[in-house]
Design a binder for this molecule. Structure first.
Ligand SMILES: Nc1ncnc2c1ncn2[C@@H]1O[C@H](COP(=O)(O)OP(=O)(O)OP(=O)(O)O)[C@@H](O)[C@H]1O
Ligand SMILES: [Mg+2]
Length: 447
């Protein structure tokens, strides 16, 4: 029996053997529905043209025999649509590898498909703090970054988008300073055109900053209220009177734009949910982030998770759209055997990045005459002949896999109040624990 992962290789093989027939249709969609069953969608005009319809149905019959049970009865296996855009609507689409007019469209039960990558925003830089595994010090590092950036006079907007396990805001705000509402309230009120009534009550300023300002937008307000029931609705698309539909992640982008217009921040720090989750997908791929921090520890679970995600980007053909914005962060690096630990982490990260996101060009040769980076960030190796591509040496500090380090420090372990800790922390401590990460984030700010 064919399993899900075998579908596309078999489709490609069957279609490859029938290329002349395939050329008879202007485009063809391989539609994988919610249950993972395949149908063809072809142009409407093929339906009324026996000479083209019958061979296409025969092709489907042939394929269905090979990918059973991921197919329909042959008679029900071919659908027709007016144009390609309609056939691809509401799904995650991409070209089938090796074909220039055959598209694969996946219908998913969740909206987050991780392959629609929004271009980088041109306004205040947006930095997303993401990790495959939870509990790696992501929110703490974000708070420390906000603290330092405010110390140097920056206006910092902080969003807690870890809505299913919120908490960042309480770590940046003392009790009594929490705003009345949070992001969840805005998303729910927006569904009934009532978002303006909560907008002014969802931002608080932190008292941790001396010169700049930290604006905190929490997941929920001081009184979470019916939080669980609101959370269950934030994912709803908004359907307007004219029937147009706005997905929840587009609504979230709208909120971010409104907040930026109001607060005029120099930088936006976004605490994402951990894991391959729908909310995380919105943070990582939909918000036009300029820098995506990937927190990681040395464990194999972390790296198998990143490999799955990066591989998904590679297969979807979107790696070039996102890879330049990624940066590995070595989270909570232990005190003992620090150097060996970091070497291990860097080596593991390099393996995963090189296999999935970096271009497949020969690795640097010990005899390379020179190595440089051209203006697009592409590496140019000169080894007798010139080889060009987007690749890095494992030891290249400018490479996305090369970790910015956050040290484990006993003063943060098992902390009862991060807000209390940050209220008494000094610059030297922040630098020694979070220094490389903060320097990295400062590096992308517009001055
Ligand atoms: N640099 C550090 N050194 C030691 N302990 C730390 C450090 N950073 C965070 N911690 C501690 O680790 C725990 C998890 O930290 P934090 O909540 O920041 O992680 P997280 O990745 O945001 O977790 P979650 O996935 O639950 O949101 C907390 O108890 C925190 O005090
Ligand atoms: Mg957190």
């Amino acid at each position: 029996m064919t399993t899900f992962d075998q579908i596309l290789p078999v489709v490609a093989e069957v279609l490859d053997a029938q290329r002349p027939q395939l050329m008879q249709v202007d485009w063809l969609v391989i539609n994988r529905d919610l249950s993972g069953r395949v149908r063809f969608i072809a142009p409407e005009m093929v339906e009324t043209d026996d000479a083209r319809r019958e061979p296409l149905q025969e092709l489907y019959r042939l394929l269905a025999g090979r990918i059973h049970p991921h197919a329909y009865e042959a008679e029900a296996g071919v659908l027709y649509d007016a144009d390609l855009a309609t056939a691809c609507a509401d799904g995650a689409s991409r070209l089938l590898q090796g074909f220039d007019h055959v598209w694969v469209v996946d219908r998913l039960a969740t909206e987050g498909n991780w392959t629609q990558i929004a271009p980088e925003t041109a306004g205040a830089p947006r930095v997303v703090f993401f990790s495959i595994k939870g509990g790696v010090g992501r929110s703490t590092a974000l708070a420390a970054c906000a603290w330092k950036l405010a110390q140097v006079g920056k206006r910092v907007l902080v969003l807690d988008l870890d809505m299913e396990s919120p908490g960042l805001s309480s770590s940046l705000l003392p009790e009594g300073r929490q705003p009345m509402y949070g992001i969840t309230d805005w998303l729910v009120e927006d569904l009934v055109d009532n978002a303006d009534s909560v907008f002014d009550g969802m931002v608080a300023t932190s008292d941790l900053s001396r010169d700049g300002q930290i604006y905190v937008v929490p997941a929920h307000g001081a009184e979470p209220g019916e939080y669980v029931l609101k959370l269950g609705r934030v994912w709803m698309p908004k359907v307007r009177n004219d029937g147009s539909r706005e997905t929840w992640s587009v609504r979230l982008q709208r909120l971010l734009q409104l907040l930026e217009a109001r607060m005029q921040p120099d930088v936006v720090l976004i605490d994402s949910r951990a894991g391959i989750d729908e909310l995380a997908s919105a943070c990582v791929t939909d918000l036009g982030a300029n820098l995506l921090l990937l927190f990681a520890t040395e464990g194999s679970q972390t790296w198998s998770g990143y490999r799955i995600l990066f591989d998904h980007w590679r297969r979807g053909g979107v790696a070039p759209q996102i890879r330049e914005r990624l940066r590995n962060v070595a989270a909570m690096v232990p005190e003992l055997d620090r150097i060996a630990y970091l070497e291990g982490l860097r080596e593991r990260a390099y393996g995963v990045f090189a296999d999935t996101l970096y271009d497949d060009i020969p690795p640097p040769d010990p005899d390379a005459i020179s190595y440089e980076r051209n203006k697009d960030g592409r590496a140019v190796w000169r080894v007798g002949e010139v080889v060009e591509g987007w690749n890095f040496d494992e030891a290249d500090e400018g490479a996305p896999h090369y970790p910015w380090v956050v040290h484990w420090h006993r003063s943060f372990a098992g902390l009862r109040s991060l807000q209390g800790r940050l209220a008494v922390i000094d610059d030297g401590e922040v630098k020694s624990i979070f220094g490389p990460l903060i320097d990295g984030v400062r590096g992308i700010l517009h001055d």
